[in-house]
Every structure is written in C-alpha cells, then in structure tokens.
Ligand binder design. Sequence first.
Ligand code: ATP
Ligand code: MG
Length: 299
Amino acid sequence: MDMLRISGLRKRFGDKEVLRGLDLTVPENSIFGFIGQNGAGKTTTMKSVLGLLKADGGEILVNGERVVYGQTATNRHIGYLPDVPEFYSFMTAPEYLDFCGAIGGMDKRETSKRRDELLELVGLREETHRVGGFSRGMKQRLGIAQALLARPKLLICDEPTSALDPLGRKEILDILLAVREQTTVLFSTHILTDVERICTDVAFLHGGTVRVQGTLGEIKSRFGQDEYLLETDSEAHLTAITGAFPAVRRGTGNQLICSVKDTPAFEVLGFVSAHRIPLVKWERVEPTLETMFMEVIES
Ligand SMILES: Nc1ncnc2c1ncn2[C@@H]1O[C@H](COP(=O)(O)OP(=O)(O)OP(=O)(O)O)[C@@H](O)[C@H]1O
Ligand SMILES: [Mg+2]
C-alpha cells in the first residue's frame, strides 16, 4: 500500500498560488526525496500532510486514512522533524525524549526502552550535556530520535541536512538509511547529492506541481541523456575530432563529451580508429540528478 497519497493539492497564500494541483505518491518502505528550490512549497506540502495548514483543494491520505485540517488522527502514523526544530535547552537528550513520551501518553517503561534504543541509533547515547549546548547536527539527530519515538509508519523530515556540514549530513543520511527497516521516510531537500546517496524514490516539485516522480532508476533512465566521455592524449587530436564532429563538446583537460543525440558515438569511434588517435578514456557519462533537475525546471 502507499504510505502517503496526495492528489490535486492546492494552496494559496493571498494572491500567491503556491500549490497548483500537486500529486504525490510515497510507496511504503521507500526513502523518498522531495526535491524543490527555495520557496517551491515543500514545507507547505508537509504541513498540509500534518493537518496544520488548510488546503484550498485536493485530498491527502496517510496510510489510507484521509487527513482533515485541524484534526490529528492521521498524525498517529507520522513522526515529524520540522525544518527548524525547537527544544527546551535546559534538558538533556534523555530528559527531552522522556518528556516527549510523557506528553505523547506513552507508557513510561516503553519510553525508557525506546529512548535508549533511539539515542544509540542517533549516536547520542553517551551525551550528557544539555540540549542548549548541542551543535546543529546533534539537534537534528535528537529531532529524528524524537520523531521516531512512537514508532511512526511514516517519518517526515523537512530539510534535515540543509544547515549541516558534509560530515553532519552524512551522519543524518546514515540514520535515515538505518531507519528504513522501521518506517517509510519522506524528506525534503535541495541537495541533490544527498538524494542520490540514499533515496529509492524522488519527486521534483516546481511551479506548484510535481513535475516528475518515480524510482531513482526510472527517472535516471528516462532523463539520462546518452553521453560518452572521450579522453585523448593531445590538443591536436582533440581538435581533429571536434573538426570532424562540431557537435562534440569540450570537457575538462583533454576530454570531449559526445552526446548520442547530436553525434552517433560509433561514428566518433570509427573516426578515432581510422585516424589512429590514441584513446586514454572512453566511458558512458552517468546522468546526475542535478542535470535532470535543471532540465525539469527549464522545461
Ligand atoms: N504563512 C504564509 N503566508 C504567506 N506566504 C507563505 C506562508 N507560508 C509560505 N508562504 C509562501 O509560500 C511559498 C512556498 O513556501 P514553502 O515554505 O512551502 O517553500 P519551501 O519549498 O519549503 O522553501 P524552503 O526551501 O525555503 O524551505 C513561498 O513563496 C512562501 O513565501
Ligand atoms: Mg521549507
């Protein structure tokens, strides 16, 4: 079953129409990357899923149940890490999780057990300082632990890595990968390399709608331009090739990029062979999400 299904979601703020009929389907057990530029409407979408914003149209189903604005029934399936999580700075991490368990009506013994498991998972088990002294990365990790406390079926994280350095980002991504066994993960981001590292599924949000959605593999094969990288040993040989095939582009150093769309790769190889040009490298260029995203937003 789909863990989250959004259809035709509309939302405007004043005369600004932010979501214009957004459709999104998050399959169970996926790690779903929700990609969009600043202001695209990622947070607006997530808050609508949580029933915190009143949509102007459309339907949202969480685990098959309809979300109703202002009601929290569907939120029992969801753990949420907001874009800027707030904590009581005077508490320690275990105190904070105990507090969240208590206000969530969880059994005390169950909370203690889950608290220790989660602190271990997010690498804060040995941490005795108060949250006020935590780094941003530590706060995000505690926020994920808090979001997972009640064993949600769906974990929603709003830009969990955006404010972090590469090491802090890696720590968060590793945690999201590790929790995949327990829960479906939906996270928003504009850092495409993070998505490529851990996501099974992605959606590009642009202009108020989801432009492209699918598994990472599907999207790569759909959008991937067939390109080859050719490297030879000298400027003279490069010039010979570009002279014969004007559509071949210069890369870095002694490299050329040959797009199959413009120039059949085997003709280039035939030319290289006929002129006995030494090849240092000939390889297929893997399309990146970055190039696909640019293609989507420019279309
Ligand atoms: N409460 C509000 N009142 C008026 N406009 C709003 C409100 N909330 C969001 N917006 C506008 O809606 C648009 C989408 O905002 P949203 O925060 O959903 O984008 P986002 O994709 O999360 O961006 P970011 O990457 O910066 O977090 C923005 O133009 C924003 O200014
Ligand atoms: Mg946002």
